[in-house]
Design a protein around this ligand. Sequence first.
Ligand code: FES
Ligand code: FES
Length: 151
Amino acid sequence: MATLKINGETKDFDAPDDMPLLWVLRDVLGMTGTKYGCGIAQCGACTVHLDGQPVRSCLLPVGEVRDRAITTIEGVGATAAGAKVQKAWLDLEVIQCGYCQSGQIMSAAALLAATPNPDDADIDAAMAGNICRCGTYVRIRAAIKRAASEA
Ligand code: FES
Ligand code: FES
């Protein structure tokens, strides 16, 4: 039996150390908000936070993340930056099909937590690894700026 700290809660599970964190989240723990896109760290759909930093969970062996604080889309709304991002996403109706959006929100929340007033270059750098097949990039940028403007 292994243990992870996810969204402030302790979760016990059975899985081999080399299983990617994404599989543990979705298939073992039933936390399906984090999405599988490419499986090769190229699309950003599987983004979660590890000690506040955005990481791709599809290539991250679960054995390497014990004793780290993991935040997923199910819990990011409890953080100050995550709450602002989610509100801005709703206000500006960012989402189209939705598949990429968990990862987009996780990357945007990590950006705002580290850089409360990002400029376009900051946004480009933080969001470059999150692909949206529906092309919602203009609304994503606007929502990040809206979230940053919230007191
Ligand atoms: S599923 Fe992890 S980056 Fe695409
Ligand atoms: S909203 Fe459809 S892939 Fe991004």
